[in-house]
Design a protein around this ligand. Structure first.
Ligand SMILES: Cc1cc2nc3c(=O)[nH]c(=O)nc-3n(C[C@H](O)[C@H](O)[C@H](O)COP(=O)(O)OP(=O)(O)OC[C@H]3O[C@@H](n4cnc5c(N)ncnc54)[C@H](O)[C@@H]3O)c2cc1C
Length: 443
């Protein structure tokens, strides 16, 4: 049973009075990670008291505003993962992500979550010959490692025929990727922990964390609570989490921006082909991605990413990034030159030095942190919820054996260094894109 101080219906004004339950878990962040963990742990432990504290509102973070690709992508580029982590870890990461996509799908289907889920596949595109050669090498690497089960190589003529754009070169078609509406998903997902008896407090930022031998104390503006276990599911927001100095150097937010067009007419869709309505992304370094929405629009994002100087979590509009997205979409599809952009927004992804996610204990095994999901956290964080529940249960499972658990990520060397390093890396990646596309028309 819930302690009396949590029985009240949560609201912005809800007051959390001091209480010391014998065994309670707190989760910071009502996001895919937070909600999935809360639900899985509560199902395993129906008598446990599980409370989720959210600084803003459900889905405020990346979970409510991402592009919705439920993908097996991991790290920046397959070749980088191979170089940094080696073949075996690359294969294990791919298998974990395969499970993650399957898990997300069955979670949605079995629980009837209304989130416009479409398992339509993904195409990795190239534009120039250099990019096509690089993509071919990635494909050969997937083949060599036996990870190409659902992948097919498509020549330039086939891609152009399917997508009615002369900009495209060859591509990899893969059926194991889906997309969903992230905002609908996070709100549908919220029902699961709530109906299992988890209490969610919105507009309740954790402003202090105090660890003693017997409990973890959390301060919020509405009151104090204690817990025996804590999950810090704050991903790109983790630098804001107080008193977990160990987290300050773990990751940094990188801002990325998206646009959505007005609905296309049937004629406009016919003009651009794309009849299987897959998502696609190109293999530029700056990772632009595109997908249809169920109401006939095109969502496009990426193509640039910005590191802000402190405070890095301030919402900063980026007209330049939105303009870049629109110009890029219309460069691919001049047929859409008169289509209007209906929505523009952005959000932070969590980036660490070695560009792969981590789930770690902080200090001791009572506090678990999840972050560094980069731009590939949709499916990953859904499965991570199950994995973190296993860790909270103190169980060693196939999931907790995955090597991102409690790995030692390379610490960041301070804000200024990261800010400057980020700017230099961004420029280097953009220069590489420019170099590979220098002979293309209209670039
Ligand atoms: C624009 C954009 C597009 C993306 N596209 C894709 C995509 O297509 N596919 C993909 O796989 N991934 C994508 N991602 C990444 C993906 O969305 C994230 O990896 C994932 O949603 C992270 O989820 P999370 O649950 O770990 O954290 P978040 O969803 O970021 O949630 C963290 C939560 O913690 C809360 N919080 C922070 N501090 C406190 C505090 N002190 N007290 C209480 N609460 C606090 C925040 O308010 C927030 O709600 C994208 C991200 C962005 C920004």
């Amino acid at each position: 049973m819930e302690p009396s101080c949590f029985r009240k219906k949560p609201s912005a004004q809800a007051r959390i009075s001091e209480c010391r339950p014998a065994s309670a878990s707190r989760i910071i962040g009502t996001s895919y990670t937070g909600l999935n963990t809360a639900w899985q742990f509560k199902r395993d432990n129906p008598n446990a008291r599980v409370v989720v504290l959210e600084a803003a509102v459900v889905g405020f973070g990346a979970s409510g505003r991402n592009a919705g690709f439920s993908t097996r992508m991991f790290g920046l580029e397959p070749e980088m993962v191979l170089l940094r982590w080696g073949k075996q870890k690359m294969i294990e990461a791919h298998r974990y992500l395969e499970k993650a996509v399957a898990h997300t799908r069955s979670l949605i289907e079995e629980n009837g979550l209304d989130c416009d889920y479409r398992h339509n596949g993904l195409v990795r595109m190239s534009y120039s010959e250099q990019q096509a050669n690089r993509l071919k090498k990635s494909y050969q690497l997937f083949q060599e490692l036996g990870l190409d089960g659902d992948m097919r190589w498509r020549e330039k003529s086939q891609v152009q025929q399917d997508f009615h754009s002369e900009r495209f070169n060859s591509g990899i078609y893969e059926s194991g990727t889906a997309y969903l509406n992230p905002y609908k998903q996070v709100h549908a997902l919220k029902r699961l922990p709530e109906s299992a008896g988890v209490t969610i407090y919105e507009t309740t930022p954790v402003t202090n964390i105090e660890r003693t031998a017997s409990a973890i104390g959390l301060t919020t503006p509405q009151g104090k609570v204690t817990a025996d276990k804590l999950v810090v599911a704050t991903n790109a927001y983790s630098r804001q989490v107080p008193d977990t100095r160990a987290l300050k150097t773990r990751q940094f937010p990188l801002w990325t921006y998206q646009i959505v067009t007005e609905p296309l007419s049937d004629r406009q869709w016919q003009n651009i082909g794309w009849k299987d309505r897959q998502s696609f992304g190109d293999n530029r370094q700056m990772l632009p991605y595109f997908r249809p929405t169920v109401d006939g629009r095109i969502l496009m994002g990426g193509g640039d990413a910005i590191v802000y100087r402190t405070p890095p979590m301030d919402e900063v509009p980026s007209p330049m990034s939105w303009q870049h997205c629109e110009a890029h979409l219309k460069w691919i599809y001049p047929q859409l030159k008169d289509v209007r952009i209906a929505y523009r927004w952005g959000g932070p992804v969590s980036v660490n030095v070695d560009m792969v996610p981590e789930i770690s204990f902080v200090g001791d095994e009572r506090i678990i942190y999840s972050g560094g999901c980069f731009g590939h956290g949709v499916a990953l964080t859904h499965l991570n919820g199950r994995t973190i529940a296993d860790l909270l249960n103190g169980e060693k499972t196939e999931l907790t054996d995955f090597w991102i658990m409690n790995r030692k990520s390379i610490p960041m060397a301070g804000d200024t260094f990261f800010f400057l390093g980020g700017r230099v890396a961004r420029q280097a990646l953009k220069t590489r894109d420019w170099w590979e596309e220098r002979n293309l028309k209209g670039m």
